[in-house]
Ligand binder design. Structure first.
Ligand SMILES: Nc1nc2c(ncn2[C@@H]2O[C@H](COP(=O)(O)OP(=O)(O)OP(=O)(O)O)[C@@H](O)[C@H]2O)c(=O)[nH]1
Length: 306
């Protein structure tokens, strides 16, 4: 059975009785976090990444509206769903809260059953949004990041590398003689092999910022921020060795009795490509050369000093 973690709800209210009543209500179903003022709410939100915040509007110093404004202005916190729970019951107050981006607005004194029902509804929406985000970014077959995710991350990392003067390494990895593999063993076996290679490739990455993505068909791409050519080349050599060590037989290949890959790599910092597109083209050219030179090899440029 799939174990599903309970979702996290942060209750931010300066009144200890309100906090306690809401906490008692929610505890049987959710992980409950508490904050007694606006500052604490922001700090707990940043630390614990709750799925939902039940936010009192009237609190001393930072009121609930200001807390929500600050959440929405922070890229790490902007997605968190917020329900206001407020003694301000005028329609204008409710409208302000909803315009600021709250998902809902509940007036005090509240009804416990209604609070539970609304919390459940919004937490379900949070789950659904996460599923959609995942579908938008993950390749269904290999479960690696998809091309769209790679494009986003590559643009971001390119900017960061430029800004900080860091190296940035890119490797394109293509399975050798995969058409023959499919023809000989069948497409489902090809899919299994592709998944195994994807898994092995992802397992070879060492830093949280490294990304393995499926670029298309049987081509994967590795993005290695703040990694110079020597380090990246080591990493890629290890990945290729791990793929060969899977010893997936390929009786139809002229290259090797087992499935192998060819890799083209390039590093920003070693020879200074001017744009993200140019670095990508360099890696692609090297992949072409690796294929031309006989496959089952890595061709890299930009090794000296970066
Ligand atoms: N099973 C399976 N095959 C795929 C998938 N995506 C692409 N392919 C196959 O990968 C093969 C790629 O063929 P080619 O581009 O000729 O490359 P190759 O046979 O690997 O030859 P080289 O790359 O030159 O060594 C095609 O037969 C595609 O059908 C996939 O998701 N699953």
């Amino acid at each position: 059975m799939n174990h599903v973690e309970p979702q996290k709800v942060l209750i931010a209210d300066d009144d200890p009785i309100n906090r306690q009543v809401l906490a008692e209500l929610l505890k049987p179903e959710y992980t409950v976090l508490l904050a007694k003022n606006g500052e604490q709410a922001l700090e707990r939100a940043a630390r614990h990444a709750p799925d939902l915040i039940l936010l009192d509007v009237m609190m001393p110093d930072l009121d609930g509206y200001e807390v929500l404004r600050r959440l929405r202005a922070d890229p790490q916190l902007e997605q968190i769903s917020v329900i206001f729970i407020s003694g301000l019951a005028r329609p204008e107050d409710e409208a302000i809260g909803l315009k600021l981006g709250a998902s809902d607005y509940i007036t005090k004194p509240f009804n416990a059953t209604v609070v539970m029902a609304r919390v459940a509804l919004h937490l379900q929406l949070v789950r659904q949004r996460r599923i959609l985000e995942r579908l938008a970014h993950v390749d269904g077959l290999t479960e690696l990041a998809n091309r769209r995710r790679f494009d986003e991350m590559y643009a971001q990392e390119w900017q960061r590398a430029q800004r900080n003067g860091w190296p940035l390494s890119l490797a394109l990895l293509d399975i050798d003689a995969f058409k023959q593999y499919n023809d000989y063993y069948g497409h489902p076996a090809g899919d299994r092999a592709l998944r195994a290679i994807a898994r092995t490739t992802a397992a070879g990455l060492r830093r949280p910022a490294d990304l393995a993505a499926r670029y298309g068909g049987e081509e994967l791409v590795l993005l290695m921020p703040d990694t110079d050519g020597v380090q990246a080349r080591h990493l890629v050599d290890d990945v290729c060795a791990a793929i060969a060590a899977l010893e997936m037989p390929h009786a139809a290949s002229q290259v090797s009795p087992v499935l192998t890959v060819s890799v083209g790599g390039a590093t920003l910092g070693g020879y200074g490509p001017e744009s993200a597109a140019e670095l990508f083209e360099a890696a692609d050219e090297h992949l072409y050369r690796a294929k031309q030179d006989g496959r089952n090899r890595v061709v890299w440029r930009g090794l000296i000093g970066g």
